[in-house]
Design a protein around this ligand. Structure first.
Ligand SMILES: [Zn+2]
Length: 135
């Protein structure tokens, strides 16, 4: 079993077709990787969408995080990904928020090594293991 990296999206797999983008050009010549997971954390009422749109880390939002045993520091920032998705960046921690039908769903993104710049550069849209360099 040899792991290969997709030349198109960098996803690492032992399959002959990339499960992430269906690409068929895979390379065994890759180095370094990030692991991106997105486990579900909790949901919030849709009313809080307005605060996300205004990029406000409000006391109410902090309180809800605390209730779920997560904390948001003073440096926490909200960034919109698109009209139905947002990110909360808090130091090295990164949370993803997606608007569902009746609620906002929160996820935690893990990046390893802990560098969200890499994930941004690779434009990762789904969980998995991604090579940093592919030849
Ligand atoms: Zn791919």
């Amino acid at each position: 079993m040899t792991e290969k990296a997709c030349r198109n999206c960098n996803f690492i797999t032992d399959k002959s077709t990339c499960p992430a983008c269906s690409g068929t050009t895979l390379s065994g010549d890759w180095a370094g990787y990030v692991v991106v997971l997105k486990p579900y954390l909790f949901s919030l009422p849709l009313e809080l969408k307005q605060e996300l749109q205004q990029k406000q880390v409000s006391e109410k939002l902090r309180e809800i995080f605390n209730q779920h045993k997560y904390t948001l520091s003073e440096q926490a920032e909200i960034q919109p990904t698109n009209s139905k998705e947002w990110k909360i960046l808090d130091g090295k921690k990164e949370y993803a928020i997606e608007e569902g039908n009746e609620q906002l769903n929160f996820y935690k993104q893990y990046l390893d090594p802990n560098d969200s710049e890499i994930a941004k550069r690779l434009n990762i849209t789904q969980p998995g293991k991604y090579a940093l360099r592919v030849r």
